[in-house]
Write a new protein. Structure first.
Length: 537
């Protein structure tokens, strides 16, 4: 990593506030903390399926304005873990308000957090989440061999025959020393970064942030400090590895090999760290929490419009005013109100149906996790989010598109019978099968999902579904304006079902042969007669 002066760091941090990162995102490392964290106390952990459907990784790259890798991992976990209540938001908003008003405080905090930007920082989590390397059964031999080396050197001036003992032990010790290198390398990144983390936490404690500090945080920092001297060896080792060619390194390697210092220190430190997992996680969470809140402040600073959500514990209500998708440039905002019903969307391809459903989903996520919505107003219940938007054939497991869709929607059916409120997001339900069965199965499933605890947002091309579900679903649509040679989308949500069908007209303006257009129109008229559905009443 290139050296960066303190002045340059300050300039960079000041300049970046309110702006999205341009860094590369290593999601495998960013997710490490989330993947291994105990989530038993949260309301819902977002599934990989839902995250894929809603373009979660793209959303995260937009939201993430953290300074440290610790903060980045903590923020990722925050966005994927919906809490059971809103209590944390009280503390969150007070702190965010403080750092927005006091830019000097924010900058000082970020300068300390900037010490945790190396990629090796990602591996701090392994020290309190992963199993450590176990001592080999023959480890008791290592202290004996180390002592034998020492005694041989001390007795050599008096008894020259000890030279043979020393040579034999040195060969054995060298073999053990280099065997242990692989073990050592696993911790050359994480342990030095743990020392930095503890140092940063101590610096952050000096600021007046009492609401963010748990009662036992100071004690956790002190406990980690007790093994600081032993861990400092790893910091020294990492430095020499990065400064290859230093003559002193060769001498030090010989001494370490002769007395087997590396395995003795490594397994000694791991034994101590194994008993301090809770303390390490407390310090990690403290630093990560501060950084994630600064990131939320930076996010809001760069938005033209956002709101705090009005979160209710229960109820089948959702009220949205001028909501937009943060990743769509010049996104057209839309307004919708859901009262004791669900929503069925009709409209042609590219008109905005799927983007609107995703916008509902991601605003629900950010509202429930970071108290921030991309809207003028956003009122909702605490909902668990499930989706069936991006489904594909699973060729590796020999699953068809339809079978994959059936399994995904079955999980929704099971979740709908739970006492918690749910938000179900579906795009083109059962599009993997024929028209008659698609409409029949779609109507039955959507009626079943639309119970007292659930809000459903579903899009469809099947206008017939709109007539079947009119009593339990509010009907909305997106439409386009088709002129002689152009198709214009306004992406505005409109009440009612779509009345105009333009698919064949779009073929016509794209110069499809006339005989195709005529035949398509005639077939369309015949099919309309077959699929006429009488409206209720």
């Amino acid at each position: 990593m290139m050296f960066e002066s303190k002045r340059k760091i300050k300039e960079r941090l000041i300049e970046s506030f309110g702006k999205a990162k341009t860094d590369a995102f290593d999601f495998e490392s960013i997710e490490k903390y989330f993947r291994n964290k105990d989530q038993t106390d949260v309301f819902q952990v977002l599934s990989d399926k839902t995250c894929n459907d809603l373009d979660f990784n793209e959303l995260f790259t937009f939201i993430d304005r953290t300074t440290s890798k610790v903060g980045q991992q903590f923020l990722y976990n925050t966005l994927r873990s919906i809490p059971s209540d809103n209590d944390k938001f009280i503390v969150q908003e007070k702190f965010i308000e403080q750092i927005i008003k006091d830019s000097n405080l924010r900058l000082k905090l970020q300068i300390h957090l900037n010490n945790l930007t190396r990629d090796s920082t990602y591996f701090i989590t392994s020290l309190f989440q992963d199993e450590h390397i176990n001592k080999p059964k023959w480890f008791f031999v290592i202290p004996l061999l180390s002592l034998t080396s020492l005694l041989s050197i001390l007795l050599l001036p008096f008894t020259p025959q000890f030279l043979f003992v020393l040579l034999g032990v040195t060969i054995i010790n060298l073999a053990i020393h280099f065997w242990n290198k692989r073990n050592l390398n696993e911790y050359l990144g994480s342990i030095p970064q743990l020392l930095k983390l503890n140092m940063v936490a101590k610096e952050l404690l000096k600021f007046n942030l009492p609401a963010l500090i748990s009662s036992d945080l100071t004690e956790s920092i002190k406990i980690i400090d007790k093994v600081k001297n032993r861990m400092a060896f790893f910091k020294l080792e990492a430095k020499f590895q990065s400064d290859a060619g230093i003559a002193f390194w060769s001498m030090l390697e010989l001494v370490k090999a002769l007395f087997l210092l590396e395995p003795l220190l490594l397994f000694g430190v791991l034994k101590q760290l194994d008993t301090k997992r809770k303390e390490i996680e407390k310090v990690f969470s403290f630093v990560g929490y501060i950084d994630s809140l600064i990131s939320i402040a930076s996010l809001r600073q760069g938005l033209t419009q956002f709101c705090f959500p009005d979160i209710k514990d229960k109820g089948k209500n959702l009220e949205v005013t001028e909501m937009y998708h943060p990743l769509i440039v010049n996104c057209v905002p839309n307004t919708i109100q859901v009262v004791n019903k669900s929503i069925l969307l009709t409209g042609s391809n590219m008109s905005g149906k799927t983007s609107f459903i995703r916008t509902i989903g991601l605003n629900t996520i950010t509202g429930l996790t970071i108290n921030t919505c991309f809207a003028k107003r956003f009122s909702l219940s605490r909902l668990k989010i499930y989706s069936a938007i991006r489904i594909s054939d699973d060729l590796m497991n020999d699953k068809s598109y339809y079978f994959e869709e059936v399994q995904t929607i079955k999980q929704m059916i099971e979740k709908s019978q739970m006492p918690e409120s749910n938000l179900f997001l579906l795009d083109e339900i059962f599009k993997g099968t024929n028209t008659i069965e698609r409409i029949s199965a779609g109507k039955a499933v959507l009626s079943f999902l639309n119970n007292l605890n659930s809000v459903v947002f579903v899009s469809t091309h099947d206008i017939e579904l709109a007539d079947m579900l009119i009593d339990t679903y509010e009907l909305y649509h997106f439409s386009e304006q088709v002129d002689n040679k152009t198709v214009d989308f306004d992406f505005k949500l409109k009440r009612g079902k779509l009345k105009n069908r333009n698919a064949i007209r779009i073929l016509e303006i794209n110069d499809y042969p006339e005989e195709i257009i005529i035949e398509a129109i005639n077939i369309s008229k015949e099919l309309d007669k077959i699929f006429i559905v009488n409206k209720p009443g």
